[in-house]
Design a protein. Structure first.
Length: 213
């Protein structure tokens, strides 16, 4: 079993987060040796400076939280994030196109972002609370076909967060050669363990210190 500290993306995505808030997040991430800090693009350079010399990664969201930007905008945002120091990218897929059945568009958009980030880790946020089971399965298959590294449940900004049964479905769909990130509403040790048991190998949470305390 992986070190549980290294399963956590220590997250702060609130729009009113200050530089001091980001620095505190990064200091906590270093103390607890988390996998990454997950932040908005405007905070990348602050986080990168704070985490320099540590093995905690800078993870940045793009197309966040709606996923309704153009493919070109997401590619630009990903390239800009990498240039500023992001080491992992969490993108929101185009939920409307997925629900329309346009898997070709969804796959191509994810592939374009993956090309933009290169060898860096790309996680694809499905926003599973807006999808039915068939759509979740298709989204997972699209992300896998496009070369993404992870599928991720939620932004934490929509109608619901991660559910164990959804994580289990995602894991069954992508198999063992792709990763699953559970995020959204994971605030207790019980929920944390439940998500791991269901098949998540990364957890996005703003409660990482509490979960391991």
């Amino acid at each position: 079993m992986m070190n549980k500290n290294k399963m956590i993306d220590h997250t702060l995505l609130k729009p009113d987060a200050s530089a001091a808030d980001i620095q505190k997040l990064c200091e906590e991430a270093k103390v607890y040796d988390f996998a990454s800090v997950c932040i908005n693009p405007c905070n990348i350079e602050t986080a990168a400076a704070c985490l320099a010399g540590s093995d905690v990664r800078v993870c940045c969201v793009i197309g966040f939280p709606l996923g309704a930007m153009t493919k070109e905008a997401k590619v630009f945002e990903a390239e800009d994030a990498v240039r500023r120091g992001a080491q992992e990218i969490d993108m929101v897929l185009n939920i409307g196109r997925l629900k329309e059945g346009d898997d070709a568009y969804v796959t191509e958009e994810i592939r374009a972002v993956k090309t933009a980030v290169g060898e860096r880790i790309l996680k694809v946020i499905l926003e599973t609370c807006l999808l039915n089971e068939e759509e979740i399965i298709r989204a997972c298959k699209d992300a896998k076909a496009a070369g993404a590294d992870f599928v991720k449940t939620s932004t934490g900004f929509s109608a619901g967060g991660a559910k164990a049964e959804t994580v289990r479905l995602m894991r069954e769909t992508v198999g063992d050669d792709m990763h699953v990130k559970a995020s959204g509403g994971i605030r207790t040790k019980e929920t944390f363990e439940e998500m791991i048991e269901a098949g998540a190998d990364r957890i996005g949470t703003s409660s990482g210190v509490k979960l391991l305390g």
